[in-house]
Design a binder for this molecule. Structure first.
Ligand code: KG4
Ligand code: ZN
Length: 358
């Protein structure tokens, strides 16, 4: 089956053509084309994603990228046998553009269209060992269930119990800001352009390498709460007060704040994941979402997983951020599942607040 994946939930216009065969343990995939077009340069001046601009850009980009990906994959439009599109969560004006594009193709070619939860995409993306097109079929990484997923993105921070693909229970979530959002807000306070998460991690690493003594202490919010929930708003406010009480904000202070902020976030996330791993038996630990591009957090998870001797799946390069390969894969797993009765519902709606449990 050749499946087209479409992702437009935020500021990336992404398309993927994935060829798959078999199901269950015999499932194999071949990436025929994978394009991620980021609009980030256009949104920078707004200090965040501007939904109306994202919508306009997706509408402009989709037909151009569609021509490009057919060429990259070496297929004609008629060879596409199914479509998978992100229905949520995300920015509704942006989501609608991908859905409208998908509905149009579905009507034109009479092929099934599967609505995909973006966060499920981040989960299954960790099962892939590549993000670039390749010539032969490959297998997914073995997925021992039940699995625990930790999703860390700009809009979400969730700990998810996975009994089976599609059977998700969110057992921990943020009460306020998502972790990526906290990174970006603190980065903004330090004068870095959007999205500043990567910039903080660069400074934090420099500071660690220079072995500078710690002179700043930030809180570890909810680290001792008896649940798996998070709160990052207080941490962001603590940085704000610290900056307000600092007469001259030097580059050295920015570096120290970056390291201490990254340490605080990492300790809280690792502590909650540890609690979840102690509370139940899991066969796999998967980490998804844009924030897992962060080297320090990745290394902390590697240490934790080796302590529990549990297989750890992190997205490979090119798959931690938003992409359509993860959407195509989630669609393909649904489409090829013999137990799946759906050929795709009619009339997909954008669902900005879609949960993994719905
Ligand atoms: O999953 P994603 O690409 O988009 C959403 O669905 O939200 O995540 C984007 C988030 C942004 O907040 C960005 O600052 C953060 O991931 N991010 C990072 C790093 N790279 C991306 N945060 C910390 N360290 C990084 N290296
Ligand atoms: Zn995402």
């Amino acid at each position: 089956m050749v499946i087209l994946g479409i992702e437009t939930s935020c500021d990336e216009t992404a398309l993927c053509i994935l060829e798959v065969k078999g199901h269950g343990e015999n499932f194999e995939y071949k990436i025929r084309g994978n394009i991620v077009h980021s609009q980030i340069e256009l949104h920078k001046e707004y200090g965040g994603i501007y939904p109306a601009l994202a919508k306009r850009e997706h509408i402009k980009n989709l037909p151009i990228l569609f021509e490009q990906i057919k060429k990259e994959a070496g297929i004609t439009e008629k060879e596409i046998e199914a479509i998978a599109v992100t229905e949520g969560p995300g920015l509704e004006p942006a989501l609608w553009t991908g859905i409208a594009f998908a509905e149009e193709l579905k009507k034109l070619h009479g092929i099934p269209l599967f609505p995909i939860n973006h966060m499920e995409g981040h989960i299954v993306s960790t099962l892939l060992s590549d993000s670039k097109p390749h010539l032969e079929f490959r297998k997914l990484k073995p997925f021992a269930l039940p699995a625990l997923a930790v999703l860390l993105s700009g809009g979400h921070t969730e700990i998810v119990d996975i009994q089976a693909l599609g059977a998700y229970k969110v057992i921990g979530r943020t009460r306020d800001d998502a972790v990526g959002e906290a990174f970006d807000k603190v980065a903004r306070m330090l004068g870095f352009s959007y999205p500043g998460g990567p910039q903080i991690s660069v400074l934090a690493e420099q500071t660690r390498n220079e072995n500078l003594p710690k002179t700043i202490t930030l809180p570890r919010p909810m680290i001792h709460s008896k649940d798996l929930n998070f709160s990052f708003a207080g941490l962001k406010t603590a940085v704000l007060y610290l900056l307000q009480n600092t007469p001259v904000i030097t580059d050295e202070i920015k570096k120290e704040i970056s390291r201490e902020f990254e340490d605080a976030v990492t300790e809280v996330i690792i502590s909650k994941t540890k609690e979840a791993l102690e509370a139940a038996e899991y066969g796999t630990l998967v980490i998804g979402g844009g924030v897992i591009a962060n080297k320090h957090i990745r290394e902390a998870f590697e240490k934790l997983a080796s302590h529990f001797t549990i297989p750890l799946y992190l997205p490979v390069s090119g798959l931690s951020g938003d992409n359509a390969l993860m959407i195509a894969l989630a669609g393909a797993l649904t489409a090829t599942n013999p137990a799946s009765k759906t050929k795709g519902p009619s009339g997909i709606k954008a669902r900005g607040n879609l949960s993994l449990e719905s």
